[in-house]
Write a protein that binds this ligand. Structure first.
Ligand code: ZN
Length: 598
């Protein structure tokens, strides 16, 4: 076996301005967990980190609306989101938040390192202010016509039509999305990240990724590098990480821009995880070791931050841009191995929208349906490489026809028949060709399915795993062990059922990254005790001088391994219970009615 790899799974940080819907978790949540669970089963050292992104003006706007302080609002949605992610069984080694002292100090250290190396420069810019409140208007709350392509729904931060980054003052006929007024532009002093100083380093780094990355992610990123402009990394706002420079540190109206501090979260969460694990230097195995790998999971609207901006920050902190320089106290840090971006999921043909109730929040989904049913849907029909559409019809069909009638039925009839006739895993007698062939095919599936999972080709991986389920169901139908009733047939019946249970055990392992909850149930049905595929827990933690907060973490060194393991005859079988819930077709109409009535 190859020696274990160090794999950082860096998962996009959900924004804590409200509850998250299934479109969000389709992009960042489930794919990153499938990947991490597989890598752990394959024996690798995985560090999966993220947290809630809690700064920026949208948090202030939402807090005003709910009558809370920004911190109060972030507390509320950090809690909701943490519970959602636990419900989905997402195995974060640490899911924390950006309002920790640890995060503040690391974000400031990265800023200072960039500043020391000359990549952060002061500049004045025209900032938009609301004439009625006097408050700074966030870029994305200003809409107008794109000066480059004339698209009339461009936002103050970028144009979704041509993909160019914009400043609000670039827009033609800018209007505030909050109240429709025309913003006033005033001169503001800010610090800018000198992105053009990284165009060569970024370009050659991205060029080296050809063949590994999803083609649309690479193409999009290379286009961005062709036209880099300095980008403001401070903001006129009183909520966020203070700017750690003389004359700025104590100002209450200047903070680091939210996107700047949020991408640094991958590093700060790794450092926090290491401290909590008892070895404060443990994070370095994933960030300094040149052989360590890192995979960043997100929806496509976040690609620019992970394939251009975060690598630029890492290069600049390490002194690797055009202006040179030397690494700061955190050392030279690894660039992403791959940016794994999903496309968009729509809902019944429409864009998800909380305000227009084209939405189902994770919490509501999990209150009515199994987490594995959603995980299965997203793995088989999610937006891995192209936009896809969630429909309740399709959800019902996949749940009932594929999970319940396919995989669930294989487990149920194999375990029930063996339990009824033998009460335990029966002994395996002489094997016939039909037995040998199906067992060999099942055992052989681990290599190709594992290779697909390693490349984050999850749709192909689950399709391949489900062909083993189909082959096992066909084996049972062909050999029809229920017809073998006489004493003479008992040994043959035992062999067939032993074979069927071995296939169930193999499929349980092959499906564990996708369906961890039901795989645990199957593990127990086969007479095993203890944890097969563990999940995360919510713990209350604290840091010096700060309030308690909750994090998601867990010990995932559970029994699951990526291999066919021989089952043991004479193991007592548990009482069979269905592993999936068959849904009544009426749920489709009920859910569609919910969509229509806000
Ligand atoms: Zn445009």
């Amino acid at each position: 076996m190859a020696s274990p790899r160090h794999i950082l799974t860096a998962v996009a940080w959900p924004y804590a301005s409200g509850p998250r819907h299934i479109g969000h978790v389709a992009g960042f949540g489930v794919p990153s967990d499938v990947f991490s669970r597989y890598q752990r089963m394959a024996g690798n050292n995985v560090l999966m980190v993220s947290g809630t992104d809690e700064h920026g003006t949208p948090i202030l706007v939402a807090a005003d609306k709910e009558g809370l302080t920004p911190k109060g609002l972030a507390d509320r949605y950090n809690k909701v989101i943490t519970e959602d992610l636990r419900g989905l069984g997402l195995t974060y080694d640490l899911f924390t938040r950006t309002s920790t002292r640890n995060h503040y100090s690391i974000a400031q250290e990265i800023f200072l390192g960039l500043h020391r190396n000359g990549y952060v420069v002061p500049k004045t810019m025209m900032g938009a202010v609301s004439p009625s409140t006097g408050r700074t208007l966030p870029d994305r709350y200003i809409e107008g016509t794109c000066p480059i392509c004339n698209y009339d729904g461009a936002r103050g931060d970028q144009c979704d039509n041509c993909g160019n980054q914009l400043d609000p003052s670039d827009l033609i006929n800018p209007v505030s999305k909050i109240n429709g007024e025309t913003p006033r532009f005033v001169e503001e002093e800010h610090y800018f990240l000198d992105l053009p100083a990284f165009s060569e380093a970024l370009g050659s780094w991205l060029q080296s990724k050809g063949g590994d990355w999803r083609p649309n992610v690479l193409k999009f990123s290379l286009n961005l590098v062709d036209d880099l402009r300095p980008r403001a990394i401070t903001r006129d706002i009183d909520w966020g990480v203070p700017v750690p420079l003389e004359g700025w540190r104590d100002r209450n109206d200047k903070r680091l821009y939210v996107w700047f501090d949020a991408v640094i979260g991958y590093l700060s969460a790794s450092v926090e995880w290491a401290r909590r694990s008892g070895d404060p230097d443990a994070w370095k195995a994933w960030w300094h070791n040149p052989d360590a790998e890192s995979y960043y999971f997100m929806g496509k609207d976040n690609v620019v931050f992970h394939s251009v901006i975060w690598p630029a920050l890492l290069l600049g902190y390490g002194g690797k841009g055009n202006r040179g320089g030397a690494p700061g106290e955190l050392g030279e840090l690894n660039l992403p191995s791959e940016v794994v971006s999903s496309e968009y999921l729509t809902m019944e043909g429409k864009k998800f929208s909380s305000s227009r109730s084209v939405v189902i929040f994770v919490k509501d989904f999990l209150a009515r349906y199994d987490a594995d049913a959603l995980r299965y849907y997203l793995a088989t029909a999610g937006p891995e490489t192209s936009d896809t559409n969630f429909t309740w019809d399709e959800f019902l069909r996949r749940n009932n026809d594929e999970l319940v009638a396919g995989w669930g039925n294989l487990v149920n009839r194999s375990v029930s028949m063996a339990a009824k006739n033998f009460g335990e895993i029966p002994a395996q007698g002489e094997l016939l060709d039909v037995d040998r062939e199906v067992l060999a095919a099942s055992k052989a599936a681990f290599a190709p399915v594992g290779e697909l999972l390693n490349r984050a080709k999850q749709k192909a991986a689950i399709t391949e795993a489900m062909t083993v389920v189909a082959a096992a169901n066909k084996y049972l139908s062909d050999t029809a062990p229920w017809k073998l009733k006489g004493e003479d047939d008992r040994a043959r019946q035992a062999t067939i059922l032993h074979t069927a249970l071995q296939l169930v055990d193999d499929c349980k392992a092959l499906l564990t990254p996708f369906l961890p909850h039901s795989s645990q149930t199957v593990h127990e049905l086969l007479g095993n005790v203890g944890e097969w595929s563990g999940g995360p827990r919510i713990d209350q933690v604290s840091e010096d001088g700060n309030d308690d907060y909750s994090v998601l973490q867990g010990d995932y060194k559970t029994a699951a391994v990526w291999a066919s393991r021989p089952i043991a005859a004479a193991t007592k079988l548990a009482t069979p219970t269905p592993i999936f819930t068959k849904l009544d077709p009426s749920i489709v109409e009920e859910e569609l009615a919910r969509l229509e009535s806000p």
